[in-house]
Design a protein around this ligand. Structure first.
Ligand code: ZN
Length: 121
């Protein structure tokens, strides 16, 4: 996976993360925008960097057992894997996950074959 692709998935993941945080009320669009006007150059999404960091979530009282919490954990896991160059690799069989699948579900942990097996059992 090249750098451009990694960036693309990172953006996808962060977008998904924002969506969840907004859904659980941890994030309000207004807050996000005001925190962005920090005098830095426009076009640099500071809030995205902030959201991608662990600190943000430490301040959140998040129920990790909830479906949103689990999803967030998956997204964080995928972001961590991006940094370690392990992104897009099936956690079970260690084969590459199909790009089509990743585009639809960037935080997929299993390839389609393993996912199907898991669902069958
Ligand atoms: Zn697999």
């Amino acid at each position: 996976m090249n750098k451009q692709e990694k960036e693309k998935y990172k953006k996808l993941l962060i977008k998904e993360k924002i969506r969840i945080l907004e859904a659980i009320g941890a994030l309000q669009k207004g807050n996000l925008e005001s925190s962005q006007t920090g005098g830095r150059s426009p076009g640099v999404p500071n809030h995205l960097a902030e959201l991608a960091s662990d600190n943000f979530e430490k301040n959140l009282d998040l129920d990790l057992a909830s479906s949103e919490g689990k999803l967030l954990a998956k997204i964080n896991n995928a972001l961590a894997k991006l940094d370690k160059n392990l992104f897009g690799v099936c956690e079970k069989c260690h084969k590459k996950i199909d790009q089509k699948r990743l585009r639809a579900l960037a935080y997929a942990e299993l390839c389609i074959t393993c996912q199907k097996k898991k669902e069958e059992t």
